[in-house]
Design a binder for this molecule. Structure first.
Ligand SMILES: C[S@@+](CC[C@H](N)C(=O)[O-])C[C@H]1O[C@@H](n2cnc3c(N)ncnc32)[C@H](O)[C@@H]1O
Length: 301
């Protein structure tokens, strides 16, 4: 079955940041020039039944979902410059389809595991899923951007004192920093974090920062075909890149307009960050103050 494509599109832009409100396949094929983008980060719906402001993230079969992905992946490859990079996320169960398809068209440089802890995942009959896979692919494995020094992390040896490399001609302390491996621990976006927006699948700024710093330079063009809360574009903008974000849902376009400083109002309505309440509730969703004999928790002092 072919996924229907919505062809209604509008756009908004300011200071090198461009938002397309429309369908990714339509916008990519109609509005984005071939060989024009330095870095694409694609975080599509995962075909796991999430509700994206009314859009039901569920295809009728795995094959239908994979065929839909192949359409926009094909376009992403066309839009990338010859030395560009593509990062792709999807569910653990769908990634094998994309991996097999992509490795025939690009070089997969890394298969990254983004893992996190989650008190929400409490499986009783299997091992709960606490990671999401990311593919890092390039068009030309002999010529692509990788700013190793910009993303170094502390090299943990486990030793208390400084380790010396005695194999060298002059014994030298081991380097204390390194390029991260392909297993990344980065906490998920939580309600209380300042970056939180109302979206079921918002990616952390720290995750995007590592990808954008590694695979693009200041002034480069970074594109996200499934922008959601526009995390990619917001981080890329902060790092001095130009951005294009494509998103289908009105609610999330509003977040993008605000996060990228493109507009403060839309259709006369002020664009505001999510209103948060810090009142603690019990498991039934009732406020603590509603309980006469409430029991103090560890952090209630
Ligand atoms: C996994 S989320 C992306 C989250 C994003 N990375 C973030 O940090 O907020 C996928 C997004 O794709 C959007 N979407 C779904 N189908 C689309 C389509 N055909 N074209 C453009 N956007 C689409 C959804 O509304 C949703 O916001």
């Amino acid at each position: 079955m072919q996924t229907p494509i919505n062809t209604l599109t509008e756009n908004f832009s300011k200071d090198g940041n461009l938002i397309y409100h429309g369908d990714a396949i339509h916008v990519l094929s109609r509005y984005i020039r071939n060989n024009s983008v330095d870095l694409i980060f694609a975080d599509p719906p995962y075909n796991i039944g999430k509700n994206f402001a009314g859009f039901n993230d569920k295809w009728s079969s795995d094959t239908d979902y994979a065929n839909w992905c192949y359409q926009w992946l094909y376009l992403c490859i066309q839009k990338l410059k010859s030395y560009g990079s593509l990062y792709v996320m999807t569910s653990t169960q769908a990634m094998p389809y994309l991996d097999l398809w992509l490795r025939e068209r690009l070089t997969i440089m890394s298969r990254i595991v983004w893992f996190y802890d989650s008190s929400g995942v409490q499986a009783k009959k299997h091992f709960g899923s606490l990671y999401e896979p990311i593919l890092f692919c390039v068009k030309d494995s002999n010529n692509y951007t990788f700013n190793a020094y910009d993303i170094e992390v502390e090299a943990r040896t486990g030793a208390v004192r400084k380790l010396i490399d005695y194999r060298k001609e002059h014994p030298t302390p081991y380097k204390t920093s390194k390029v991260p491996g392909n297993i990344w621990y980065i906490p998920r976006v939580r309600y209380r974090m300042p970056e939180y927006e109302q979206h079921p699948s918002q990616k952390p700024e720290a995750l995007m920062e590592r990808i954008i710093k590694a695979s693009s330079n200041a002034g480069d063009l970074v594109l996200d075909p499934f922008a959601g809360t526009f995390t990619t574009c917001a981080v890329a903008r902060r790092l001095g890149r130009q951005t294009i974000g494509i998103e289908m849902q009105d609610n999330y376009i509003r977040i993008g307009l605000r996060r990228l400083g493109i507009a403060s109002h839309l259709n006369g309505e002020k664009l505001k960050p999510p209103k948060k309440t810090y009142i603690r509730k019990n498991c039934d969703g009732k406020r603590h103050s509603q309980f006469k004999n409430k029991q103090l928790g560890l952090f209630d002092a």
